[in-house]
Design a protein around this ligand. Structure first.
Ligand code: SF4
Length: 453
């Protein structure tokens, strides 16, 4: 077994933790190895082994040959204290500490569970619900009690029929929790989109779900809260989807309970290894919001997927315009892609609804409702762009396509090479209904593919 690398900062938000072990220490699964220095959560070893190196950003552990199932349990306490002690963070995105989010003091509010698994091609969240839906419901009740909520709502895409049916079988006996069906559109999993879909409340970009008397929590995170409360288990493993240019085919490989700190390369090997025909890049996370990574990078508590993309084609220096959307890659990510395509960055536009936040990130003012992109396309044309690369959501790609090609612009989407690799339609022209009938038995008029070329 390769060395495990436990990053001192496990999510995108917060400060790095401080190690509480030293080189030469023997650790067990669940041994506390680092504690927060600011916004953050405890980090526990995910394996039995020995600390062999402590770097500025990580603790490296050489695993023992034997890896028993047992783990060092966290101390008993209130449910909220146990979620905190276990180091639970949001496992669907930025990795915000769950104990802070859950301690919401709502006024008879809502716990909204994000089970949308919104990024295309991922399957680990839905598979977890299909296999064992009961803990999800128990976890919602724990969180409702902690947060001061009277109601739980599970937001899940209608296309995931087996998972919806598994939930429905339990929900008929649980009047406090219901499920809300979502269309298969990106970005239905965006926090404010979940609030809008479930509660009909449009939040401003700078508002948190608490402004709608709700918290939004990823489904896998709910399971981790249950493990902390019922089994005194720290968050030391993660479910992951590995997919793309993998030897043997491009179906989703779902690995459950992968030790945090496992390398990207080890997981790709487990899935069959890199496709011998070559690949473009490896993305950690989803195709829209993930970042390029390397084979030796470790997964964290917040990592959801590893995608291996198709090769980049060579644009031979052609002029490329970048259209930045709040729901896709940021400017740096888009610039990285232009370089990998061997294009010449020529002009940058932002969607006018991609509002800049005080921390420099952007949030969409109205997720999934595009204002149209004619003005930006005209700017690209004027700047002499031959290509444009966009990161827009399903609906907004539609509006780019309504005018871009007519102006002679060749449109590429930041997710194209990942979508080709996983056998998913490219994000170009939206073809699905944005409304979903909430009755699973009604004939489903929503197409499986989100978009078509
Ligand atoms: S309106 Fe569409 S393109 Fe604009 S920021 Fe929002 S999701 Fe992105």
């Amino acid at each position: 077994m390769e060395n495990i690398q436990m990053l001192l900062k496990q999510g995108a938000v917060g400060k790095p933790c401080a190690p509480v072990v030293k080189v030469g220490d023997k650790v067990k699964k669940g041994t506390l190895i680092a504690t927060p220095t600011g916004l953050g959560v405890n980090v526990h070893s995910s394996v039995y082994g020995e600390v062999v190196e402590i770097l500025e950003d990580r603790i490296i552990i050489k695993p023992d040959d034997e890896q028993p199932e047992e783990y060092e349990k966290i101390a008993k306490g209130t449910n909220l204290e146990m979620i905190k002690e276990a180091g639970v963070i949001g496992q669907g995105g930025a990795g915000f500490p769950t104990f802070i989010k859950a301690d919401a003091h709502l006024d008879h509010g809502y716990v909204l569970v994000n089970a949308s698994e919104c990024e295309p091609g991922l399957r680990h969240n839905i598979q977890q619900i299909e296999e064992d839906p009961a803990p999800l419901l128990r976890g919602i009740h724990y969180l409702m009690e902690i947060a001061g909520a009277d109601k739980g709502i599970i937001a899940i895409k209608k296309k995931n029929r087996a998972a919806v049916e598994a939930l429905d079988a339990l929900l008929k006996d649980d009047p406090a929790i219901e499920r809300h069906l979502l269309p298969d559109i990106y970005p239905m999993g965006e926090e404010r989109a979940v609030v809008r879909e479930c509660l009909g409340i449009e939040l401003e970009p700078d508002k948190l779900p608490s402004a709608a008397n709700a918290i939004v929590i990823n489904s896998e995170t709910v399971y981790s809260c249950v493990a902390a409360i019922e089994d005194q288990k720290p968050l030391i493993d993660k479910n992951i989807t590995v997919r793309g240019m993998i030897e043997g085919g491009n179906e989703a490989h779902v690995f459950e309970k992968v030790p945090v700190g496992t390398s990207v390369g080890a997981l790709i090997e487990r899935a069959g290894g890199l496709d011998s025909r070559g690949y473009g890049e490896i993305i950690m996370g989803g195709a829209f919001t993930g970042k390029s990574t390397t084979l030796d990078a470790p997964i964290t508590k917040a990592t959801g997927a590893i995608l291996v993309t198709r090769q980049f084609r060579d644009l031979h220096g052609a002029k490329v315009g970048i259209l930045v959307c709040a729901c896709g890659g940021n400017l740096e990510r888009m610039q990285e892609l232009v370089k990998k395509y061997n294009g010449t960055e020529t002009h940058v536009c932002y969607c006018k609804q991609a509002a800049e936040m005080p921390n420099g990130t952007r949030k969409c003012e109205r997720p999934g409702n595009c204002p149209g992109q004619v003005k930006n396309n005209l700017e690209f044309k004027k700047a002499g762009c031959e290509y444009i690369i966009i990161g827009n959501c399903s609906d907004c790609s539609n509006t780019v396509m309504a005018s871009g090609p007519k102006m002679g612009l060749k449109v590429m989407h930041q997710t194209d090479l990942a979508m080709m690799a996983i056998g998913h339609a490219l994000y170009r022209t939206l073809k699905v209904s944005k409304k979903v009938d909430q009755d699973l038995d009604v004939v489903d008029n929503v197409e499986d593919n989100e978009t078509v070329e």
